[in-house]
Design a protein around this ligand. Structure first.
Ligand code: AMP
Ligand code: MG
Length: 326
């Protein structure tokens, strides 16, 4: 019965440190967030990072369904069902995008699994060691499916229909952090939130080197990418938050169609124009497994999945970026 937390993507900081590299690490969103900025003016870089971190922490507090602090997402989850509810503009936009990906992914990604997530308890302070009862899962699964509506205002169709933005929020928050860095004139940077990455420009005179963790070999990399420019790479894995009960692995990415942990994949990695898209689609791809690859091609997003047997499937363009390990 092991509960493990692991970084999904490694930023491979190979070779010597750049002279003008400024690195800061903060703990937020339940993970270590690393900021790397390539900038000669160290004070400017530190100020940009500090502002980005403040913005990101605020958003994290606003979007989480955990902890005691009140926020608008928790208020919605406690509001009377079938009653119109308005979110602040930024959250409204995020929710609309989440709902769109819910539809595009054929409901593999679902932002309304909150009551199921709380039932499973993978993000609780004391992690679970056994699955909840089948009866309780079935009830909440039925009430969580396509239960969120937007027609000028937001509505949830029943009291068990609850938002959980855990599959998309980290990416959205990274994007807002990158916005702040850009506003400070930073052009070469990376934000790595526990393996969810967005990068800008170059790593000094080198490319950004990214390693995708092997889902079954701890500390090993299954594939590498070397990139420059504005890219986001996010991995979802069944090794991030899990327990083993009676020899079976139970993890934090749920199949909305069953209410149980999704079984098609060991890990999924998505590269998209922004971290929000990469985050949501990596969760969707994890649930879909290999059959999600043609769907990704359709929506013009790149990615790869390690299926339940450990085989790799990737979109055509993503294969061109990948350097596979043996
Ligand atoms: P990620 O690690 O980005 O794949 O997201 C996993 C987190 O998203 C979980 O901890 C839940 O909060 C939430 N989640 C779990 N399953 C799903 C799903 N099928 N669709 C959307 N969010 C999910
Ligand atoms: Mg995700």
């Amino acid at each position: 019965m092991a509960m493990l937390f692991a970084l999904t993507i490694l930023f491979l900081s190979e070779g010597c440190t750049q002279n003008n590299e400024v690195k800061e690490t903060r703990f937020m969103m339940g993970t270590l967030v690393e900021f790397v900025v390539i900038e000669e003016d160290k004070d400017k870089a530190l100020q940009a990072i500090q502002q980005a971190a403040v913005t990101m922490q605020k958003l994290s507090d606003e979007l989480t369904i955990y902890g005691e602090q009140a926020n608008t997402v928790k208020a919605f989850n406690q509001s009377v069902a079938n009653t119109p509810y308005d979110f602040p503009q930024a959250i409204n936009d995020l929710l609309k995008q989440a709902l769109e990906i819910d539809q595009q992914s054929r409901h593999a990604f679902s932002p309304s699994l909150g009551s199921l997530s709380l039932l499973w308890g993978f993000s609780d302070d004391i992690p679970p060691t056994h699955p909840p009862s089948t009866v309780s899962i079935e009830k909440l699964q039925q009430h969580s499916l396509q239960c969120l509506r937007f027609e000028q205002h937001w509505q949830r169709s029943n009291a068990d229909c609850q938002l959980d933005l855990g599959g998309i929020a980290k990416g959205f928050i990274i994007d807002r952090g990158i916005d702040v860095l850009k506003q400070h004139g930073v052009g070469n940077a990376m934000i790595n939130a526990g393996g969810d990455i967005r990068m800008l420009g170059t790593h000094g005179d080198r490319l950004w080197n990214i390693g995708i963790r092997h889902p079954r070999k701890a500390g090993q990399v299954i594939a590498k990418l070397s990139l420059s420019g504005d890219h986001s790479i996010v991995t979802s894995g069944d090794y991030e938050r899990f327990f083993i009960d009676h020899g079976k692995r139970y993890h934090h990415i749920l199949d909305p169609a069953t209410g149980w942990p999704a079984t098609a994949s060991q890990s999924s990695t998505v590269m998209a124009p922004n971290a929000m898209l990469a985050d949501a689609w990596s969760t969707a791809l994890f649930v879909l497994g290999a059959k999600g690859i043609p769907l990704l091609e359709q929506v013009k997003i790149e990615g790869m999945v390690v299926d339940a047997n450990g085989n790799i499937h990737a979109t055509r363009r993503f294969k061109q970026y990948l350097q596979l390990s043996d």
